[in-house]
Design a protein around this ligand. Structure first.
Ligand code: FAD
Length: 318
């Protein structure tokens, strides 16, 4: 039995979820009593393999092909590697890419598949915890038969750290070019420039408590004074006050900053689903019963129009 994780990268960088998968994979491998293998498919495999070589990884496999994600290449390569290793447990990121190829791989291998896993427990059989109905319900799925594929939600496990001593080897595999039906022609950012809130260490996040678009200036001043990155709950994006790439939550982005400062955000389950992996959560809300306080490490029950100017002053802003 082997646990195999597949790294995710975008525009030349490994995504954090790749390292989180190593932690999830290591925990599962320890419970099963087996090795953890990791794989990366890219044109830049050497640098990526170096980066993936963290504590707890036993073996790294590389497939050198293309710079960007390609469904057909991933489906072929991941299927072939899983079969070659006889890997019982295949963990992929629950990302746009992972969700694209994981079901295809599971089908090709004839395996069970669970998406959006937030917990993996092994005690003779595997139990996968998943969230359903917009994160309102948590379900436990028992995998009673055979090998298994799961896509794992980002932000649920800490990223693996340290420097490992894994063996790195190129997987001997030739892509069947006749079966590659599409290629990426290029990328164009849609609104919001190149800000990626999922990579930010300090997010100041604003919600409906801000009341009006003009009031965003106040929060932007706090962002400037603290060097944070601005994000928001969904209503702010739905109102067209901020671009979609700033939205945190179930239908936005999953974020795992060191600090998440939620201002005028109630803490609806769909929002919390995107930010509960933050190290430190601070909430500012007039309502002491707002659900955001249930998960906040620090909270201020107060009016943001008083608290934010005080914070700006504290940080020496204007
Ligand atoms: P509200 O819930 O209206 O909260 C505003 C808060 O501000 C309140 O707690 C209030 O007490 C406080 N407040 C008001 N005035 C002040 C003040 N002056 N000072 C301080 N505090 C103040 N939401 C997301 O955020 N992200 C998602 O990805 C997402 N996906 C969704 C997917 C689905 C399928 C569905 C059904 C919903 C989704 N939602 C999402 C919406 C979600 O259910 C909530 O409606 C939304 O998160 C609420 O945003 P909010 O907290 O900004 O607003």
């Amino acid at each position: 039995m082997t646990v195999l994780t597949i790294a995710d990268h975008r525009r030349g960088d490994l995504r954090d979820v790749s390292f989180e998968l190593l932690t999830a994979g290591r925990e599962l491998a320890d419970a099963v009593g087996t090795d953890l293998h990791a794989a990366v498919i890219s044109g830049n495999v050497e640098e990526f393999a170096d980066d993936l070589n963290r504590e707890g990884v036993d073996q790294i496999h590389t497939v050198e092909y293309g710079e960007e994600f390609n469904h057909d290449v991933y489906a072929q390569a991941v299927t072939a590697l899983t079969e070659d290793l006889g890997a019982e447990f295949l963990l992929v990121p629950n990302s746009v890419n992972g969700l694209d190829y994981a079901p295809a791989v599971a089908t090709r291998l004839g395996r069970s598949y669970a998406s959006d896993a937030v917990g993996l427990d092994y005690d003779g059989t595997l139990e996968v915890t998943r969230e359903m109905y917009g994160s309102k319900v948590e379900t436990t799925v028992e995998v009673t038969e055979g090998p298994f594929v799961a896509s794992v939600r980002s932000g649920e496990w800490p990223a693996a750290e340290g420097v490992g001593d894994a063996d790195v080897s190129a997987f001997d595999f030739d892509v069947d070019e006749d079966a590659v039906g599409s290629t990426v022609k290029g990328f164009e950012e849609v609104g919001g420039g190149d800000v990626d809130i999922s990579e930010a260490n300090f997010l100041v996040s604003i919600g409906r408590g801000i009341e009006e678009e003009e009031n965003l200036e106040l929060v932007e001043a706090l962002v400037e004074a603290t060097g944070a990155t601005l994000s928001s709950s969904r209503p702010i994006v739905d109102n067209g006050w901020l671009p979609k790439n700033r939205q945190v939550g179930q239908s936005g982005k999953q974020v795992t900053p060191d600090v998440y400062l939620a201002i005028g955000i109630s803490g609806a389950v769909q929002h919390v689903a995107g930010m509960k992996g933050a190290d430190t959560i601070i909430a500012v809300n007039t309502d002491p019963n707002a659900p955001i306080f249930d998960i906040a490490d620090y909270g201020v029950v107060g009016d943001l129009f008083d608290v934010v100017p005080a914070l700006i002053e504290e940080f020496g802003g204007e």
